[in-house]
Ligand binder design. Sequence first.
Ligand SMILES: [Zn+2]
Length: 212
Amino acid sequence: MNIILLGFPGSGKGTQAELLKQRYGFMHVSTGDLIRHEIAAGTLLGKKIELLISQGNLASDEDTVNLLVNAIKHRDNDIVFDGFPRTTAQAEVLDRYLKQHGKKVDEVVLLSTREDLILKRLTSRRVCASCGGIYNTYSPDYKEICVKCGGRLTIRPDDTLESAKHRLEVFKKETQPLISYYQQSAGFKKVDGGGSPEEVFGEVVKALGLKK
Ligand SMILES: [Zn+2]
């Protein structure tokens, strides 16, 4: 089963995708991770994308699709896509690619979350400079350092309030047509993303009809 998780940046898509990976064996494909990896590797493409992001924009469809296809082309797992597709153009490319390989998008889950909660989450995110571990300052067990590796926690340039607001606007403008696109396909589900990760995961599992 191939699943797409849709939702605002900061809606908890990554957490839900990780839970699907850990408990149901999905391959978790995060375009955000693919892009950060490319930037960290210092490739030409990585540098180009880094510049766009520092200006509050997003990577182009073509660059994103190339990164994604490279990541999944030799894998046969069920896949959960997190942060992709972002546009109907990307959705069409993904549909064509999967069809060529005898597959399709089976289910699309929209994590629906209030915007004020999203902004709070986006601006309270900290990332470990060493291992990439992600934390939230309002989480009850938050520490000033990475509990996994002791690394320094940093704020991503795209996690400031101004940047977060801009990302929300860009996201809304781009995603509305995408939601319409998938609402016409059979497996579109909307899940309340406002609860705890476990609560939301319970809803996701139910929506997807997975065995508990
Ligand atoms: Zn760390």
